[in-house]
Design a protein around this ligand. Structure first.
Ligand code: ADP
Length: 856
């Protein structure tokens, strides 16, 4: 088989079709070309090798005018979406090539061209999740800042922001989970290298910055210096979709300061939208809060969690609605029912715009619209100061609804070229043709009856198939009864019957078949007209979708708040926090046992040093505070009895081990980078949560760093900080740092182990219980005994580095008894054995007896 690069090919030696392929492929070198031939998409040359490997499909060959066959593989056209999606998920782009002229009118070979390019950021087919956005991102530079713009092709949303540092840019890209980034050729290559290396994101280039005229209205409010970055994004998207896009929405510009800023580490550590371990939505805050009835609502909630608010008024407005739903159970239940009937308007609008919408989509639009009046009415009933004006803004699109109601049947087919979409009485011409068909069919039924009568053959029937059209069928046994003078023309002989046609039957058949074609064509045209009309409503439908999603989020918050007994947070101006009986929202729902609620009091003591054994609940306590703050700032009720909070501008966390495996950095390095990120960006209004910072290095190093970091935040930043540590020596800091307070998580030593009470109390822990926890974990008893021995001598000698102790006999220990009672008895036995009775005075003997009894 030929194994050559597309550039080494002498095109003239191939068949015209292959020449056509080669011409197209040369323009789309960076994509795998799906070349439509009949019912298949075929791939050739290198694309065939790549695709057969990636998709695990057979590699074959095709004769193309050369001695060697051209390598080829193919997929059935109707299943292309799954295959394309698979390739795109692996970072490839796919260019779809179709016939672009009517084969019957073509002179020579039929024209073919690329009709769409599927890329990781722009794919709209396959299994893209309804409840997530798929953002395509473009980056650029304006003076000294970075510019970031991103869009979701399926919903038409476009955002724009500027970022001061590279760190912030990377953060934002990570948060968006971008799979593809668009840049122009002059963008800094070293930055792109970092992105490619660390984040496995596809980089695509686009140099056309000029925004097409019909889209200029999207950027009318945007400053000139940002336009180029939006320009390359729009042009790239248009290039992939290959048509005008009318559903793209006005670009929304925001500054990150407008929101509570959360870096990607923090988002990950707090498991806001996915869990740390498996990266699943299940178990995250989003999962807990997402009781939305619509996919649009879920997507909006996701962006709310990504960008909590900092404006108290806006937050309180959301909370007002949640409270109103809480206070009106009936309205809430009715609202839930109404929302359930709303389809994904944003994506339907997107499909209308790209010309993909079928009649089912428009019926879904109609069904959704039919419920908007009740949503509008329900909003009005809410006791919120601006509920009337919100209700007024909700446009039920009555005209459009009436049009769709008049025109489309309840259950149209998926395809739009086979009729059966349009209702009666919508279009006169269509009704007339349908009448003719009906009359002809009636005539045929009557004809069957007449012929039965005339011939006296009871088993005579009229049937239809695609090959012969209408025919008369007579079973062989009746054939002899057929009169001589019939005009029956024999067409087909079956095993036990004969089939005939007649001129009359043919006449009506032509009417039926011809009309069917006419109906399909006319219905198709009528449907396209309807879709055109819908195009005019795109902007206002998007607005409607936005109101509905917002209300959906309010209802969702209300649901969860009622169910889990949350309270409305209050906001204070004096940088204090008072949380009474706070809970971790996710842990409390997942935990089998009872969750122990805890207060968080932050006032003039705004740095809390938390000590307590591992596993006692230190990081849960810290996470609890962060999650309550975030829930409050997205406008949700919070898990506590009372919650008074100040507004945070940023939250930083360093919690638990999250090795950055991709960039191959050690835990300790990552830990220090995250800590550095926090202390270099925090302001007085930020919240820092450091969990066991400095654990990843030697004890002296770690403790020194931990202490210095605490002092630095305390003295130089002055923001709220919770710092947990198992270096209980650090509790001494309370004496020198004025605003630092010790708290600890209560634990009780029992026998060899420890019981966690999960209760947070004032004061520092006196020891770290490390050995007790190890014993709980099932570490061998002999090893535990040895560590106790080492600990004792460390504590006695007061030095940190390896004490010299005699080697321990693990085997001997294991053969000795060591349940507590036995151990005590054993120790006493040993003591008694060591007593030299001959040398004891009676008083000493009495004392020893007294001590032994005490020990028991
Ligand atoms: P630490 O940070 O001290 O090692 P964690 O915060 O990771 O401890 O908590 C360990 C486990 O203890 C958690 O997985 C949870 O199951 C349980 N836990 C923590 N806090 C509480 C609480 N307040 N009530 C009940 N269980 C808790």
């Amino acid at each position: 088989m030929l194994k050559m690069n597309i550039d080494d090919i002498d095109k003239s030696k191939f068949t015209p079709m292959m020449q056509q392929y080669i011409d197209i492929k040369k323009d789309y070198r960076d994509a795998i070309v799906f070349f439509r031939l009949g019912d298949f998409y075929e791939m050739f040359f290198e694309d065939a090798y790549k695709a057969s490997r990636e998709l695990e499909i057979a590699l074959t060959g095709r004769d193309a005018g050369q001695e060697d066959r051209v390598p080829m593989c193919g997929i059935p056209f109707h299943a292309y979406a799954t295959y394309a999606e698979k390739l795109v998920n692996k970072g490839y782009k796919v260019a779809i090539v179709e016939q672009v002229e009517d084969a019957s009118k073509a002179v020579g070979i039929v024209k073919r061209d690329v009709v769409k390019i599927l890329t990781p950021g722009t794919i709209t087919e396959g299994g893209i999740s309804d409840r997530d956005n798929n953002f395509i991102v473009s980056i650029g530079q304006a003076m000294k800042t970075f510019v970031l713009s991103y869009a979701d092709v399926t919903t038409g949303e476009i955002y724009l922001t500027s970022l001061k540092t590279l760190d912030l840019l990377f953060n934002e890209i990570l948060v968006l989970k971008a799979r593809e980034i668009i840049v122009s050729n002059d963008f800094a290559p070293d930055i792109l290298k970092t992105i490619e290396k660390n984040y496995q994101i596809v980089i695509s280039y686009e140099n056309n910055k000029v925004i097409p005229e019909y889209l200029n209205k999207l950027v009318s409010d945007i400053e000139d210096k940002y336009i180029d970055t939006v320009g390359i994004l729009l042009n790239y998207v248009l290039l992939t979709q290959r048509r005008e896009l009318h559903h793209l929405q006005k670009v929304v510009f925001y500054q990150s300061e407008d929101y509570l800023r959360l870096d990607p580490f923090t988002k990950r550590n707090l498991e806001l939208t996915e869990t740390l371990r498996q990266g699943q939505k299940n178990g995250s805050l989003l999962w807990l809060l997402d009781k939305c009835q619509t996919a649009m609502g879920s997507r909006m909630l996701h962006t709310w969690i990504d960008r909590p608010l900092v404006d108290v008024e806006k937050i309180n407005r959301r909370l007002d609605y949640v409270e109103a739903f809480n206070n009106n159970y009936i309205v809430k239940e009715e609202m839930k029912n109404a929302l359930k009937t709303i389809y994904d308007l944003e994506r339907i609008v997107g499909r209308i715009s790209v010309g993909n919408a079928n009649a089912k989509d428009l019926v879904q639009l109609r069904r959704s619209l039919s419920n908007v009046p009740s949503i509008k009415e329900l909003v009005k009933q809410l006791e919120v100061s601006d509920s009337i004006s919100l209700s007024d803004k909700i446009d039920p699109h009555t005209d459009l609804f009436i049009l769709l109601e008049r025109s489309l049947v309840e259950n149209p087919p998926l395809t739009i070229k086979e009729g059966q979409m349009i209702k009666e009485e919508y279009n006169k011409e269509l009704d007339e043709i349908k009448d003719i068909v009906k009359n002809s069919k009636d005539w045929i039924l009557k004809y069957e009856e007449d012929e039965k009568q005339r011939t006296g053959i009871k088993g005579l029937k009229v049937g239809y198939n695609r090959v012969f059209g209408y025919y008369i069928e007579i079973t062989k046994s009746y054939l002899s009864m057929l009169p001589e003078d019939t005009n029956y023309d024999r067409k087909q002989t079956l095993a036990n019957a004969e089939r005939f046609i007649t001129p009359e039957l043919k006449h009506y058949e032509q009417i039926v078949v011809g009309s069917a074609e006419k109906i399909e064509k006319l219905e198709y045209e009528l449907f396209l007209e309807l879709r055109e009309v819908c195009l005019k409503y795109i902007e206002s439908l998007q607005e409607l979708a936005n109101y509905i999603s917002t209300i959906d989020c309010f209802v969702s918050f209300s649901e969860i708040s009622m169910k889990n007994r949350y309270v409305r947070p209050e906001f204070v101006l004096n940088r204090e926090v008072t949380i009474i009986n706070g809970r971790h929202p996710v842990v409390e729902t997942i935990l089998q046992s009872e969750y122990v609620s805890n207060d968080v009091i932050i006032n003039k003591f705004n740095n809390l040093l938390i000590t307590g054994p591992n596993m006692s609940g230190k990081s849960t306590y810290m996470r609890q505070l962060a999650l309550i703050a975030i829930m409050a700032q997205i406008g949700c009720y919070v898990p506590a009895d009372i919650a008074k909070l100040s507004i945070f501008d940023q939250i930083f966390t360093r919690i638990g081990a999250s090795d950055d495996l991709i960039s191959g950095q050690s835990t300790f390095m990552v830990e220090m980078m995250e800590a550095n990120y926090a202390i270099s960006n925090a302001t007085k209004n930020s919240l820092i949560l450091f969990d066991e910072l400095g654990r990843g290095t030697s004890t002296f190093d770690g403790m020194a760093l931990a202490q210095a970091i605490i002092e630095y935040v305390h003295e130089k930043i002055g923001c709220m900080m919770l710092f947990s540590t198992h270096y209980h020596e650090l509790v001494e800091l309370e004496k020198t740092l004025k605003r630092l307070k010790n708290i600890h998580v209560d634990a009780r030593e029992v026998d060899n182990g420890v019981v966690f009470l999960h209760k947070v109390l004032d004061g520092g822990a006196d020891k770290s219980y490390g050995i007790n926890v190890a014993s709980l974990a099932g570490i061998p008893k002999s090893l535990i005994a040895r560590s106790k021995q080492i600990l004792n001598s460390l504590e006695e000698s007061n030095v940190m580095s390896g004490v010299k102790l005699d080697l321990f006999n693990f085997d001997a220990f294991e053969s000795e008894p060591h349940n507590i009672e036995e151990e005590k008895a054993y120790a006493i036995k040993k003591e008694i054995e060591n007593i030299d009775v001959n040398r004891l005075t009676p008083l000493e003997a009495l004392n020893i007896l007294y001590e032994l009894k005490n020990k028991l």
